[in-house]
Design a binder for this molecule. Sequence first.
Ligand SMILES: *Cc1c(COP(=O)(O)O)cnc(C)c1O
Length: 412
Amino acid sequence: MVRELETGLEENTKGHETMIRKTRLFTPGPTPLLPAAQFAMAAADIHHRTPEFRALYTRVLAQMKEFVGTKNDVILLSSSGTGAMEASVSNLTSPGDRVLVLSAGKFGERWSALAKAFGCQVDLVSAEYGKTFKLEDVKAALKLETRAVFMQATETSTAVRHDVQGVAKLLHESGSEAMLIVDAITGLGTTHLDMDAWGVDVLVGGSQKAVMIPPGLSYLAVSERAWERMEGTYNPRYYFDLRKERKNAKNGESAYTPAVALIAALGAALDYIAAQGGGDLAKGRYQLVENAETISAMTRAAVQAMGLKLFAPDSPASAATAVLPPEGVDSGVIVKDLKSRFAAVITNGQGEMKGQIFRIAHLGFFDYMDTIALIGALEQVAVGTLKLKGFEFGKALIAAQKVYADKINSGK
Ligand SMILES: *Cc1c(COP(=O)(O)O)cnc(C)c1O
């Protein structure tokens, strides 16, 4: 709602476009907001120590378990996603613990920095940006003393999908005592994850990603094994004390004043996702993942039809697609052009990848129309601004249309 008000012709920097432009986020967090969640937020004028809140909180926590697809308790925190990452480090490790971080981008590096901040000795398996790591390297790096393994389900900075199931299986087979802690902040709702069957100990998520609500909530699903580990760990924690949150959650409350409005929004979003699955949240989640898979496949086909190269062709995430600009072109040109001409917000590379890739997100509240519109706008950039040789209007759209039609016809 606010978005339409914000965008008008006066923002137009090019001067030759006379059409209305609606702001649309194609960013990997924050993502487009679900209108029903926005209304729920506006109506959430309730105190957090009342029966009304306790009913809401209890319902949302139960829905979150179904959404994640786990029997484990889910803990909600009022923080951005990094808060839940920090909580998993501070609650599950002690100073001096040896931990293994699997890193292939900015968010993998965040695990290392967090573990070091809490006094852990960090072993690292890394892969080049745009790639995923090899399981044999993980196996070789795993030590008898390894207490925890940290990884991403999808590395948002490079748009790479990592093999959570493979790592979980490897840990299981090696008889390792290490906890497997997965940042699924952009993985949840974009890739199929089976925490309980695979034996993942902690799965971390964030509100501004696939669940279609604003930033400010993070969540963790925590296994029994991980709760037991917490009995003996002694890194400092106060606000992010998971055991304290679990105890309060049993009574329908959080330890401190929670982000009440966001919790109401989350409830509405989970209702929406359940409705997509005919009232079944597990089915709704499955469809949300398939939605991201279809949109990412359409997008990959479209950019390749433009002659552009994928940054992560071997293990692409469906949360987002990272694309290399044409040679000699700063990716910022494409990001800026889409914003100024079409009010379409995509993202540049993070950190030292700035200027070298652009990223288009597919997680959450995106549909066919959004996808086709963005590809159409990209075609305008390709022809008008980049003047790509050999490219003509329609080529990228045709490639995307075919992917969509094939998916529909194959019943997927
Ligand atoms: C967005 C994101 C985070 C969390 O970032 P915050 O800004 O703290 O919400 C962590 N990991 C990944 C993979 C992400 O995409």
